[in-house]
Design a protein around this ligand. Sequence first.
Ligand SMILES: Cc1cc2nc3c(=O)[nH]c(=O)nc-3n(C[C@H](O)[C@H](O)[C@H](O)COP(=O)(O)OP(=O)(O)OC[C@H]3O[C@@H](n4cnc5c(N)ncnc54)[C@H](O)[C@@H]3O)c2cc1C
Ligand SMILES: Cc1cc2nc3c(=O)[nH]c(=O)nc-3n(C[C@H](O)[C@H](O)[C@H](O)COP(=O)(O)O)c2cc1C
Length: 585
Amino acid sequence: MQPFAPFIPETAPFSPDQRAWLNGFLAGLYSRAPISATAPAGSPAAATLTPLTILFGSQTGTAEGLAKRAAKEAGKRGFAPTVLDMSQTDLPRLSGEKHLLVITSTYGEGEPPDNAKTLWTALGQAGGTPLGALQYSVCGLGDTNYVHFCQCAKDFDARLEKLGAKRVAERVDCDLEYEDKFTRWLDTSLSSFDKSGAAPAAQAAVHAVPAETKAEIPLESGYSRKNPYSALLVRSDKLNGDGSAKEVRHVVLALENSGLIYEAGDALGVTPQNCPELVSDILGLLGCDGEEAVPAPDGSTTSLRRALLASYDLGKPSPELISEVTSLAGGAGGVSVAVAFHHVIDVLLAHPETKLPPVQFVRGLKKLQPRLYSISSSPAAHAGEVHLTVGTVRYDLNGRGRKGVCSTFLSDRVVAGESRVGIFVHRNTAFRPPSDGEKPMIMVGPGTGIAPFRAFLHDRRARGARGKNWLFFGDQRAATDFLYREELEQLRSEGLLTRLDTAFSRDQTEKIYVQHRMEQNAAELFAWLEAGAHFYVCGDASRMAKDVDAALHRVVQLAGGKTAEQAADYVAQLKAAKRYARDVY
Ligand SMILES: Cc1cc2nc3c(=O)[nH]c(=O)nc-3n(C[C@H](O)[C@H](O)[C@H](O)COP(=O)(O)OP(=O)(O)OC[C@H]3O[C@@H](n4cnc5c(N)ncnc54)[C@H](O)[C@@H]3O)c2cc1C
Ligand SMILES: Cc1cc2nc3c(=O)[nH]c(=O)nc-3n(C[C@H](O)[C@H](O)[C@H](O)COP(=O)(O)O)c2cc1C
């Protein structure tokens, strides 16, 4: 019996264009059968489709979203694309491929995102030229504020070449503003593949797209990073008690008729504005009154004050700005000086005599970027609203009080019931409560890391999911920093929260953190894992997530009676089975 290609019915919630593309895409996937009958009008004849694998390495979904966009474009240009999570392929499978696009972000200090780690290790261990038949190109996603900019993409690019693969188009390394570079890279890469000699998709072995990829074709609300929805701020309540060293807020925004859809585990993008006092200080240092006309990042003309408030990043200065100011001041310009300057204002303070003309000044600035926040509500429990748990960033440096742009925007510069805040949903399909409501889940979320787990718990309660739930929460002091205490205790008394283990580091002389609580409960934690529990971590990436990972290995070793290597294998299998997911920042 011949397999048949499924097709998207006209009643499905897609535009005609989306439906046409999806039908072509599915036809490509199921292309062992003759498919010209199901290929949409105007699409390339199915028999000539060239198989193309699009691999993504992604922590918070950006690269995954771009991989799906690349598939859409490739589908229109004669390819039968397969979008694959890096954790779902390996060297033997790659060595059977002919055409490959890699889109990956970078995390930690130049490390691969979690889903790329196993493949990266496998490629590193391989020798010879097993990828001799492969043509490829790599697109990196990163952030120039990090020292190891797009390191993971650079590493994959070099490694694929070393293993014999042929680079058909130069790698691009995209900063947070990836749109133009990504589009150009995709166009060049798709045009550069040599399709001759490739078995058409009709005869090629085509891997299945993971189920969640097929399920995640976004329903358009029309709102996005480029076109945020202006949401009414309903509440911004401080969660810490008086005397706390921390300031964390519960922020509620109204979705009204926006059509914005999210799921527990997604993040919300927030477009902030800079602090007006900081802008005034900068205007003073430039000798400007703020009314000077300057270009906005989108090319339109605006006033200097408006541009500095809403459009440009006044954080880490670019090497170009430092060069401009220092050379105008007659000093030695250059990137090496950059490390000394924390914020844009520090460059101006170092050379108060230089009055860079406004247009030149803004040309040295980067665009102000939205910040992401893990959503702390579930749409099943909080219809029409989206909740965040935001830690306010304030510190002193070189005699100046510094304010985190977005966190202080949300705590100091917006008014509940009046202000509107630009938002968009940033999907994080790799971070979801278990689809099987019977499965246990273990959540480690100290500090603001509690955010998605509040969402997970509300989601499970609203859906009547009966799986057991275990939360590890920690912060400085129980009296002032036990975020959502009443709510969590209520969930505990209802029985929804099976276990709640807390670690308050400053309530006793020795420091106790969540990872210590995990190890103290090693036997039970391992028993939960053996019973199929999903393990989640959210919060600080620099120390907590690493310490929790090490503790997880020790738990498996001690309670599971395993060697260090066996424990590493066990944890790797949890990741491969998508039962170990992290949302760390
Ligand atoms: C997927 C994801 C989910 C997130 N979820 C949450 C969440 O749920 N809750 C939450 O609060 N945040 C969350 N964040 C972090 C959030 O996006 C912002 O990074 C955070 O709010 C700070 O942004 P800001 O604009 O206030 O600060 P910025 O203006 O961006 O300043 C922060 C920067 O200031 C510097 N800095 C901070 N403290 C010091 C210091 N003491 N000394 C010197 N330099 C310092 C560091 O370079 C730091 O990167 C998440 C991030 C990601 C990527
Ligand atoms: C905790 C953290 C660490 C990061 N480390 C780096 C880094 O070392 N180098 C880099 O270029 N980008 C770094 N980034 C930026 C991400 O790579 C970038 O935001 C990317 O667009 C995310 O893509 P993703 O959503 O597909 O994971 C980091 C981001 C976070 C939140």
